[in-house]
Each structure stands twice: as structure tokens, then as C-alpha cells.
Design a protein around this ligand. Structure first.
Ligand SMILES: [Zn+2]
Length: 242
């Protein structure tokens, strides 16, 4: 879905953890740069290519991937992209970098999540474990809270820890679009706070606290990775949630 000039929300079907649902990576571009925010899983690649083609942005122009956080449905597709475009630079927050690079064990491989994986049919379980096994990549540049990327009219980095230690959101100034990754969701048309299923209580609380940072931004469009676009007075809805 075209959000404004130079920014599009992609709609990519994804089958993972025994469920089929859409994910919504965001594409931001100008004449010099093409940025993909979050990369899906390896199967997502042909769908991402197709969606980029539809937006009139050839896949081979992609030069940057920004990862909102370390979860495999966000980083799992990077290796297959790098296989075709090794020059693409990968950006993420420093607090998630050691997990993405494989220096630390993926944060989701805790007991709770493993229980969920262990309950899946064998084939699906192996797919997920394989993804964890094969998704580590090197980060070319770390992003910090409050940093502005001078590209595509300016992109602000907002550190929103909770869902993971290095979760970030991005604010595209030109279109007043906030890309929230998994910091928020849209369920049945309603904007909701962070998903508590995959975190402990302390981290879930921190994820909520992080939403306060959004009050500093004038938000026209809000893109969630799992629920898509929300553009019905996002600022007011965030205030109500807090
Ligand atoms: Zn996540």
C-alpha cells in the first residue's frame, strides 16, 4: 500500500509457527537509496521482489536493510537477500547486534517460546529451528536512540526496548509515518500495545513504557509489522493506551 511518495507498506504472506498470515515490511526510497525495513523469512524473497517491482523500485536498487529487532520473522530473510545483493548494508540497534551476529543466543530461545515450538508438527518445528540456526548475519552499522538518518527526507531512530533489548521504531519525517515493528499491533482494526506472549512481565512492562516516546511525534500513519497500517488518529489512540 502506497503511504506517500517514496514510502510503501509491503504486504507479504508468511507461513510460520503453523499459521499463515501477512507481514508488512516497509520500503522507503529516493533517487539514491532504497531501504527495506525488516526482511521476513527466506520464502519471503520472491514476494518482496514482486512487491518492490509493483512499487516501481527494482529489487537490484536495494542498498540498505534496517532491522527493527532480532526476531527471526524480521531477520530470517536477510541471508537470501545478501546472496543476490551482497553489497546491501544491514543496520540494527547495538543492543540486538550480538544476537543477530550469533555472539549471543537468540533471545526468543527461552523456555516459554521453546514450549510453543515443541508443540508444533515436526516439519514446522524443524523449519523454525532451522531458521534460528541459519539467520545470523553481520551488522554493518549500529543505530542509536534519537539518531537521524539523513536520507529520504530524514528518518528518526527511536529505541523502544521491551519486546527485545534493541527493538527500534523509525519515524519517516516527510510522510509523518511511524514504523513500529512489533512495539504495537493492529488487531480487528484496533491499535494495541506490544504482544505479551513472547516476553516476560518485566519486559512487557518496559515495552509499554517505551511507547511514551511516541508522544513527541506527529503521527499520520503508523505501520505495524503484523497488523499493517493504522491511520485513524494514531497519537490519540497511543495516549489512550498509555
Ligand atoms: Zn518480534
Amino acid at each position: 500500500m502506497e503511504i506517500a511518495n517514496g514510502i510503501k507498506m509491503l504486504e507479504i504472506p508468511m507461513k510460520l509457527l503453523g499459521r499463515e498470515r501477512d507481514i508488512y515490511p516497509t520500503l522507503i526510497w529516493n533517487d539514491n537509496n532504497v531501504i527495506l525495513v525488516d526482511a521476513g523469512i527466506p520464502d519471503s524473497l520472491p514476494k518482496i521482489k514482486k512487491a518492490m517491482g509493483k512499487a516501481g523500485v527494482p529489487f537490484k536498487r536495494l542498498n540498505t536493510i534496517i532491522i527493527t529487532h532480532q526476531d527471526i520473522d524480521h531477520v530470517g530473510g536477510i541471508r537470501s537477500i545478501l546472496n543476490e545483493l551482497p553489497q546491501v548494508k544491514i543496520f540494527a540497534h547495538g543492543a540486538d547486534k550480538p544476537y543477530i551476529e550469533g555472539e549471543k543466543r537468540w533471545i526468543r530461545l527461552n523456555t516459554n517460546f521453546m514450549n510453543r515450538i515443541n508443540n508444533l508438527p515436526e516439519e514446522e518445528k524443524n523449519k523454525v529451528l532451522n531458521l534460528f540456526e541459519n539467520s545470523n548475519v553481520q551488522i554493518n552499522s549500529t543505530l542509536t536512540d534519537g539518531e537521524e538518518l539523513e536520507c529520504c527526507g530524514g528518518i528518526m531512530v527511536i529505541h523502544t526496548p521491551g519486546h527485545t533489548p534493541g527493538h527500534i521504531c523509525l519515524y519517516h519525517k516527510q510522510s509523518k509515518t511511524l514504523i513500529v515493528g512489533d512495539a504495537m499491533n493492529v488487531i480487528d482494526g484496533q491499535l494495541t500495545g506490544p504482544n505479551k506472549d513472547s516476553t516476560n512481565d518485566k519486559d512487557a512492562q518496559m515495552a509499554y513504557e517505551s511507547l511514551k516516546k511516541f508522544e513527541d511525534y506527529d503521527i499520520k500513519n503508523l505501520i505495524t509489522y503484523h497488523g499493517g497500517l493504522f491511520n485513524d488518529k494514531p497519537n490519540q489512540k497511543i495516549k489512550e493506551l498509555l
